[in-house]
Each structure stands twice: as C-alpha cells, then as structure tokens.
Write a protein that binds this ligand. Structure first.
Ligand code: C5P
Length: 270
C-alpha cells in the first residue's frame, strides 16, 4: 500500500496510519512461527484468517469492546489498491498495546506441556500431578507471556509478573476477558467437533484507558484446533493450525542456534 504511511511491518501483518487515530491492518499470506518467517507464503491465508477473526468478533460480541471501526478497508486506500486489501484487512482503532500475550489453555500442549514436565506448573499455576500431554485441564487457565522485542522469544510469566508490568486492575481485566472469551469460543467450537486446546489474545488501551480486544483472534495462527473425533491423550496430532510448522522448525539445525523457543526466563526480573 503506497497511499498510506506504513506504521509497522509485523511478521504476518502490515499496519498503515489512517488519520491520527486509526490503522489499516492488512493480513499478508506470510507464515511465521517462533521468530522465523518462512520463505513461502500460503496463498489466501490472510483472507482466511481475516474471515475467521471477523466471525469470532461477532460471535463473542458483548464480552469486551474490540478494535474494529466498521470502516470499509477498500474505502481508505487508492482505487488501484483495493484488490490488495479486499477480504484481508480491517480499519481498527489505534490503541496503546498492552505488552502481554494473553494465553488461555484448556489442554496441556506446547510450552504449557514443556513447563509442566519441568516443575508441575504453567506460568506459576500449580496443576494436578500425573497429567499427560494434551490432557484436558480441570479448568481453563490463564498463562500469560511477556512480549519480547523483535528477534527475541516471548517468555511465559506468572500472573504476579503481569501485575507488576501493567498494574492489578488491568491484569485482572485481561485475565478475566481471556478466560471468558476462551470458554465461550471453546463451547461454540465443541458444537462443531473442534477442540480449542489453547489460544492467545492481545489487548490495548484506548484514549480513555478502556481495555480493548485487538489483532486477530481465534485463528490457526493463534490457537490450537484439534478434531474432537481424533483426540487422544498423550498425542499432539492432528492439529489444524501451524503446530506442524513449529514442530518442523524445532528439528532444523539452524534454528537450534537460537535460544530454546519460549523457555521460561527472567525477563521481568531484570
Ligand atoms: O507455544 P505455546 O504453547 O505457549 O502457545 C500457546 C497458544 O498461544 C497457542 O495457541 C499459540 O498458537 C498461541 N501463541 C501465539 N503467539 C505467540 C505464542 C503463542 O499466538 N507468540
């Protein structure tokens, strides 16, 4: 997009300024996992993820305000650029991001499973002993990660560390919203034969300090989706999301040079 100023080029999405207080966020077809952007895009991925997010914003309406303005993305770009944003962009309120990845987990997978094997907890939440990989948790849990700077891995942190980072009021709100959004989405997906094992939300603050849900939600880039009819405790496949990309990356020798993905660390204790 040449007709608007580029504000931020993310791993998957590009954001452009629309006036002072709005952003045009365009979902590309790029695929990224951990800190790596893969060479080959997946055609139309950005459109599918935009469609899914749009569906979930409607389905989950009423829990928390979201960043959508309702402005048609095609109306804010030059006529010759309309095809580039069609079906893959939103015009969103410009927010001050809260630098916490708000993860909800209903099942034990990914970094949750890794951490649990080390010490029986995930982000400081003590779990029952003897759980197996992919096992359903007694209750969904909030397992935040602190967003690291570009090129660094996000770090799982405890709720107390989130309180230190954003204060007790915002911490409580984002935990509460995350769990309510997850539970409602998971209940809906269950009616369609899909288990949402875990997912990640991001929030920002508007000009009044209100917590607002932003970014994409409940897509295969930010969630683990498992077919209920093939679900088995102890097994992590099949997973209808980008888990296979993460698994592949972990086997790549060049990726091993980087620190272990999302290992728990002391980022907030410096
Ligand atoms: O890797 P981990 O088990 O911590 O991921 C938990 C959930 O959060 C997964 O659904 C994953 O897709 C999502 N996530 C994300 N962005 C990150 C880290 C995790 O969307 N940077």
């Amino acid at each position: 997009i040449k007709s608007l100023p580029l504000v931020y080029r993310g791993k998957v999405r590009d954001s452009y300024a629309v006036g002072e207080d709005k952003l045009l966020i365009v979902a590309s077809d790029r695929i990224s996992a951990f800190d790596v952007i893969l060479d080959d895009p997946i055609p139309n991925k950005g459109k599918i993820l935009t469609g899914l997010t749009d569906f979930w914003f409607k389905e989950l309406d009423g829990i928390v305000p979201n960043h959508l303005t309702g402005i048609d993305p095609e109306s804010v770009v030059a006529p010759e650029e309309r095809d580039q944003v069609k079906g893959r962009a939103v015009v969103a309120k410009r927010l001050k991001p809260i630098l916490v990845e708000c993860v909800a987990r209903g099942y034990l997978a990914g970094s949750g499973w890794k951490e649990y094997q080390q010490n029986g907890t995930v982000c400081g939440v003590k779990l029952p002993a003897g759980l197996k990989q992919s096992e359903k948790l007694p209750e969904p849990i909030f397992t935040p990660a602190a967003k690291a700077e570009a090129g660094h891995h996000d770090e799982n942190v405890s709720y107390e560390q989130v309180v230190e980072l954003v204060g007790p009021e915002i911490a409580e709100k984002i935990r509460d919203y995350t769990l309510r959004l997850y539970k409602k989405a998971a209940d809906y997906a269950a009616t369609k034969g899909i288990i949402i094992a875990d997912t990640k939300f991001e929030f920002g603050l508007d000009e009044n300090g209100t917590v607002v849900l932003m970014d994409e939600i409940l897509t295969p880039d930010s969630s683990r989706f498992w077919p209920a009819d093939q679900y088995k405790v102890g097994q992590s496949e099949p997973s209808f999301d980008k888990q296979f990309i993460r698994d592949w990356l972990e086997t790549q020798p060049w990726n091993k040079k980087a620190p272990a993905p999302r290992a728990p660390a002391e980022i907030l204790q410096k």
